[in-house]
Ligand binder design. Structure first.
Ligand code: SF4
Length: 444
């Protein structure tokens, strides 16, 4: 095993955007204390693996990564959602130095310091960017506003891994957002397990920003973030009635007209078995009301097919919902049991073959809707944010596209596109479309 001469830490970040934010906080703290970050296992003195434990594939990927880090480096600290299932990690990899759950910055740092003392403080090495260390490109960043969840969706073990909802103080969130914007971030992606529940645990406590009271709730937070002059995108919002109040902020372009609402299903029986938040709401009526206030609202959602007890009629109901709701962006998974989830005890297991057939049918159905919706944008001029500009292509996203999960806007390379930089927001005229993406030319 190679020994590095200074205090170098290797870091592997797996999992969802919430895990990415945990990773960024650990990396920021490591750099603040003078540790260096190594890009390889063999040049590091120890390795931290931030794991995901959500579905079986993610558990396997996490366990394999820990194994690889042990083999190539030997000194490994495990954190993250799989760490909350500490027994599994230690049973398979008894040699790991420490195991913590998610959001455990202090525990991780204690473990790092005890196995690898921090180097002498050097103010030049310790300098970190104002926005902290980010794993996302410089022009966008995830902003985590709360941790944990008060719901009890039967397919999910996040509440048992991450605990009940704890909202971050609204003034801290705003301060972090300001630091990110000062560091060059042009798009803030607001995340939590349930963004619409923000502040419920602190009874929507009021704090102060610029000598004005700001409540710890989604509306006030969105309003203030929207005043920072960057794109603000809300993820993981549930269709509660109070979400309606956010829509005027979108219609006025204070924040992006974009809502990521994980509906998961449309059949009342399946939703009831899933114990989804706001499952008793009339979601179609709500979507229509939202569109009345903000006609160009983009709605993204995710769904699960083949949930225990899902009948053919339930599935047809879901397809009908898709036709009527005309959602813009949709992801879908075939249900797979998660160890420890209550849904495993539900009757009516759906055959693997049937699940896959339903998944395919669902995706084809939605692909038609997506294609038509994108085609209707041809001829329009839309603001886009540049993600990549290299020699032969310019890749951007419209307001309707969150990074990594939605579509892209490909812009024809011309003389006038050469100076475009990632994070620039420019106008582009849509000239063509595919099933998921748009083709455009720059408008000066
Ligand atoms: S809302 Fe449901 S799916 Fe989302 S984290 Fe909470 S329990 Fe899990």
């Amino acid at each position: 095993m190679h020994q590095a001469s200074s205090a170098k830490v290797g870091f592997i970040s797996l999992g969802c955007p919430k895990a990415t934010v945990d990773s960024e906080q650990i990396l920021t703290q490591l750099r603040a204390e003078g540790y260096e970050i190594s890009g390889s296992f063999e040049n590091a003195n120890l390795v931290i693996v931030n794991t995901c434990g959500f579905i079986d594939d993610a558990v396997k990927e996490s366990l394999d990564t820990i194994g690889e880090a042990l083999e190539e480096n030997g000194k490994v600290i495990v954190t993250g959602c799989l760490g909350a299932k500490g027994d599994i990690v230690r049973e398979i990899h008894p040699d790991v130095l420490a195991v913590t759950g998610p959001q455990a910055l202090d525990e991780v740092m204690t473990a790092v310091r005890s196995h690898l003392p921090a180097p002498e403080h050097d103010p030049f090495i310790s300098l970190i960017p104002a926005g902290g260390i980010k794993l996302t490109p410089r022009h966008y960043a995830y902003l985590k506003i709360a941790e944990g969840c008060n719901h009890k969706c039967t397919f999910c073990i996040i509440p048992s891994m991450r605990g009940r909802l704890v909202s971050r103080p609204v003034s801290d969130v705003i301060k972090e957002a300001q630091a990110l914007v000062s560091a060059g971030v042009k798009e803030l992606l607001v995340i939590s397990q349930d963004t619409s529940a923000y502040g419920v645990d602190v009874k929507y406590r009021s704090e102060f920003y610029n000598a004005m009271p700001v409540k710890t709730n989604m509306y006030d937070l969105a309003r203030v973030l929207g005043s920072l002059g960057v794109w603000v995108r809300l993820h993981y919002v549930y269709p509660y009635p109070h979400v309606d109040h956010i829509l005027p902020l979108m219609a006025d372009r204070i924040i992006l007209p974009y809502l990521d609402v994980p509906f998961q299903h449309a059949s009342p029986d399946v939703l009831k078995n899933m114990k989804r938040p706001a499952c008793a709401e009339n979601n179609l009526k709500r979507i229509n009301a939202w569109r009345d206030i903000c006609p160009d609202l983009t709605i993204r959602s995710t769904f699960i097919v083949g949930f225990p007890g899902e009948t053919q009629a339930d599935f047809e109901c879901l397809l009908e919902f898709l036709s009527e709701a005309q959602l813009d962006r949709v992801g879908c998974f075939a249900y797979s049991p998660v160890e420890g989830a209550r849904a495993n005890q539900l009757p009516g297991r759906v055959d693997e073959e049937v699940k896959q057939e339903r998944l395919e049918k669902f995706m084809l159905h939605q692909a038609d809707i997506s294609e038509q919706k994108l085609r209707s944008k041809i001829g329009k001029t839309l603001p886009v944010i540049i993600d990549v500009n290299d020699d032969d292509q310019v890749i951007a996203r419209a307001e309707a596209d969150a990074p990594d999960v939605d579509g892209l806007v490909y812009i024809a390379c011309e003389d006038n596109t050469r100076s475009l930089m990632p994070g620039d927001i420019v106008n582009a005229k849509i000239i063509d479309s595919t099933q998921h993406d748009l083709i455009a030319e720059l408008v000066l």
